[in-house]
Design a protein around this ligand. Sequence first.
Ligand code: AHR
Length: 520
Amino acid sequence: MKASVWLRVGGAVALAVYASGQVCAQTNLTAQITVHADRPGAVIHPEIYGQFAEQLGAGIYGGIWVGEHSSIPNIKGYRKDVVEALKAIKVPVVRWPGGCFADQYDWRDGIGPRDKRPVHMNASWGGDDGNQFGTHEFMDFAELIGAKTYISINVGTGTPRQMSQWIEYITADGHSSLAQQRRANGRDKPWKLDYVGIGNEMWGCGGSMRPAFYADVYRQYATFVHAPANLPITRVASGANGDDVHWTDTLMAAAGSQIDAISLHNYTIPTGDWTHKGSATQFGEDQWMSTLRGALRMDDLIARHVAAMDKYDPTKRIALDVDEWGIWTDPQPGANTPALYQQNSLRDAVSAAVTLDIFQAHADRVRMANIAQMVNVLQAMILTDQSRMLLTPTYYVFDLYKVFQGATSLPIDVHAPLYRYGKVAIPGVHATAGRDAAGGVHVALVNLDPHHADTVHVRLLGMHAAKVTGRMLTGSAVNAINTFDHPHAVQPVGFDGATLKDGVITATLVPKSVTVLDIR
Ligand code: AHR
């Protein structure tokens, strides 16, 4: 006898098909998807495709900044290859300088002539930081790649005065001493500072605070964020660690009126054990499953924090910004491996795609997200080795999904078989949809099952489709990677396997793949 089980997944619904209690053993499974183009939802803020670049390991030094005199081709000190790659995926916003680094950072150490800047120990991540990449280098970098700016303020060891002077230095247009100092240091016009984070992980490395205490500290700092009238700054409160909804609830109750956004940090640890996180490349199907299951958990996490926010802010004025997320594995083995350096496989790509789907399903509340991190750190877009650079599978998901930036989200129902490993089952297909400003509809389809292809039938309601094209990313194995010697092993290819008949699109998704359809 057949039975059906319905699950809610990332704002979509998945159907598990059982036969005598077992998942149907098929080599080619079938899924039904309905896209409600007739019921447009919230705008997908481009900033959910944001990045995080912390001053640690080779994230900044070597990864972005090599200095003007480097033999590595550069634009005023920024790696040319990295700048071009980041521009190509339209990075909408960059968060800097941390992370934990931010709460020990003194912005005055990072301005003025570079050869006069002090060298400090990086107490959070090891090594020294010579402050060669400071405020000017960050703000100019963001301008160069066309991204908005998000600065994490030092609350842990700093003061409201240091914060307000930093903001004045960056944004003042008049003749104040700080504006003049900025001009003397080479920048005439003020920069646009888009977001300030009032501390980072205040429950942990930011000062081990309890939520009620931090709520008051937040109120104090937020009072002194003086933005120029024409250049507003979004104030982001340091939010919860994973499922700590009590943190969100306390902040909303005590400081909600002064908060523009609350952050959320959540990392996916393949083994679930922070002391032994698992390898980025040497893993089997058990950790493929546990990692994707961890990524899917983001939906429930967001839903729970949103429920707490809804109590105080039913009109959704305040955003939930997931400003650190991604897979965190053990660092790559090796004596000289920079801090938090890990490889990036097809598993990272599929996990990122599922997470981005979930953000889009919550587009009415999630208005920024920053993957950790941009270059050479954790789940990076880009890896570098001296003059060489490679684009990771995660980069290519951001490339495939850039069509969703600024699109209108479209509700989507997914009825798909479960993918099962041992006693664990998750939806075999995950999806998201959006309509861009030109009227084109984009549907992303992720096949999480590493063994079975899935033939999907996509029905579009409220749209007459005339043409469908696509791009697809997969790899030879779940742990397929790009290396400096073989940098193109995992990269997108054109997808011409979709057919259109009577308004229904049929496409076969190969196992462990991400496909994005473009429908006109
Ligand atoms: O991204 C690495 C670290 O993870 C950040 O510095 C911190 O905020 C988080 O714990």
